[in-house]
Design a protein around this ligand. Structure first.
Ligand SMILES: NC(=O)c1ccc[n+]([C@@H]2O[C@H](COP(=O)([O-])OP(=O)(O)OC[C@H]3O[C@@H](n4cnc5c(N)ncnc54)[C@H](OP(=O)(O)O)[C@@H]3O)[C@@H](O)[C@H]2O)c1
Length: 441
């Protein structure tokens, strides 16, 4: 336990933050960020609470938000945190919360947010302490973790839900195209269209591996690799009947190509512009196509006033679908506060799959802890002596389970570690990325 967790409000205590060191030029670089410390107040005011960051979310739009901030500002962003001290009855000690606190390890906050900022709230009961299923018994059961409060059961899931069901409102058998289909929002949007509504879904991603991951795990019907294929002509092959709905995560040329293939009365939900945030070519609005086909193009921002007070309904529905097995999610997890910039940069380098989060401390991210059902981190010796756990891991591997996990780094006996590493690597090579929680350590 570090000093801060014993006595976080000790006078003059310094907490780490990531600040913007230099203006971003194009894709952000590691050298554009630096770690600084800020002094925590020694006492909470009435209405305030002190929260410890557990997981940080990275989202491409943080680039656009950061561009508007002064050099030296703390990097903006969402996090899941745990309340340690509180003078606010809505945020009692011990709860896990969602907050727009930026890249800081410790935060003193009053729970109020600005108009266009995502809300600060206590995570729903299925993600909070006792009800959380991070002690899953079976390796084949997808399990929830507080980090999902940033992905499927947080901003990414809400954006997918609102864009798909409130903006596009597709009907069964409609042709739906999702760009950045393997991304945090995209992989949920694909599944809502496919498994909840029953549409024909075409996903656009950057590579063959991401495409086959989407088809295998999300049930997507077709995949277009925009790096090697011409999106416009490929769409006319896989969807000769035309496109009814387009969930746009990226903007740019990809959007031009999809909109050119749209049917009469087609709808476009503009969720994000990832290809444009770092100076990429802007989409040219095809006004003639919009007029001729009478398209409806609608932008939405779930942390804006129109949607932010309706967050819980999407989260409850998504949780219900997940519990029924209709929805599946995955996370790319980077370990350690120091890796926030790296996680963020990966978003612009096609380096991530599904939701990317940064786990601040190692013990939280320990998949072995979760598999054991242990409330606290077991020791390495306990792990190695846990025959049931080892049999589970090996069984998962042998049966080709999609939840074969990279648990190896948590075993301290060299040969076992090495053995599991080899199995992990072999498994990764064999079946693209067959795990529901990747620890990129
Ligand atoms: N409207 C809202 O309320 C709302 C809420 C959350 C997020 N968003 C926005 O929704 C979009 C998706 O967010 P996310 O969190 O799910 O991110 P994401 O899709 O996981 O973002 C990373 C992915 O973007 C793709 N990408 C990166 N550079 C690209 C480029 N130059 N051209 C095309 N694709 C590129 C890459 O996928 P490939 O390898 O497949 O290219 C990369 O893996 C973002 O624009 C985000 O800002 C909007």
């Amino acid at each position: 336990m570090d000093l801060a967790s014993c006595c976080p409000l000790m006078r003059g205590w310094q907490a780490r933050v990531w600040v913007i060191k230099k203006r971003f030029e194009g894709v952000p670089k590691l050298s554009d960020f630096e770690i600084k410390t800020e002094t925590m107040a020694s006492e909470l005011k009435e209405g305030e609470f002190l929260a410890e960051a557990l997981y940080f979310s990275v989202d491409p739009s943080m680039k656009a938000t950061a561009d508007k901030l002064k050099v030296g500002s703390v990097m903006p962003g969402l996090q899941v945190a745990k309340v340690h001290e509180s003078k606010n009855k809505d945020f009692p000690v011990g709860v896990y919360i969602h907050g727009y606190f930026g890249w800081r390890e410790w935060t003193i906050n009053n729970g109020k947010t600005k108009d266009n900022q995502a809300l600060t709230y206590v995570l729903p009961s299925f993600l909070n302490s006792e009800n959380r299923r991070d002690d899953t018994e079976s390796l084949n059961v997808n399990h929830l973790c507080v980090s999902h409060g940033l992905g499927m059961l947080g901003i990414s899931g809400v954006a997918a839900y609102v864009g798909m069901l409130e903006v596009l409102k597709p009907k069964p058998n409609d042709v739906v195209v999702v760009s950045s289909a393997a991304g945090a929002v995209g992989h949920i949007a694909v599944q809502i269209a496919k498994k909840v509504v029953g549409c024909k879904v075409i996903g656009i991603t950057s590579g063959k591996k991401k495409g086959s991951w989407c088809q295998h795990y999300l049930g997507m019907d077709y995949h277009i690799n925009y790096m090697t294929q011409d999106v416009k002509s490929e769409l006319s092959v896989v969807a000769p009947e035309g496109v009814d709905c387009y969930f746009d995560n990226v903007g740019g040329d990809i959007s031009n190509a999809v909109i050119a293939n749209m049917n009469q009365y087609g709808k476009v939900a503009m969720c994000g512009l990832t290809s444009e945030y770092c100076g990429g070519k802007r989409a040219t609005i095809n006004q003639w196509q919009i007029l001729k086909e009478q398209l409806l193009v609608e932008g939405f921002c779930v942390s804006g006033l129109r949607w932010k007070h309706k967050w819980m309904k999407p989260i409850e529905d998504l949780h219900k679908w997940w519990a029924k097995g209709k929805l599946w999610t995955s996370e790319s997890v980077l370990l350690g506060f120091s890796r926030c910039p790296e996680a963020f940069i990966k978003l612009f380098e096609q380096g991530n799959i599904a939701k990317t989060v940064v786990c601040r401390t190692m013990s939280l991210c320990n998949p072995v802890t979760r598999l054991n059902g242990a409330k606290s981190s077991p020791t390495h010796l306990e792990n190695v002596l846990n025959v049931k756990l080892i049999v589970k891991l090996l069984w998962a591997y042998c049966s080709g389970s999609e939840t074969f996990i990279v648990a190896a780094p948590y075993f301290n006996i060299m040969f076992l570690r090495l053995y599991l590493y080899i199995l992990s690597l072999y498994s990764l090579m064999k079946k693209c990325i067959p795990i529901n929680k990747m620890c990129i350590s």
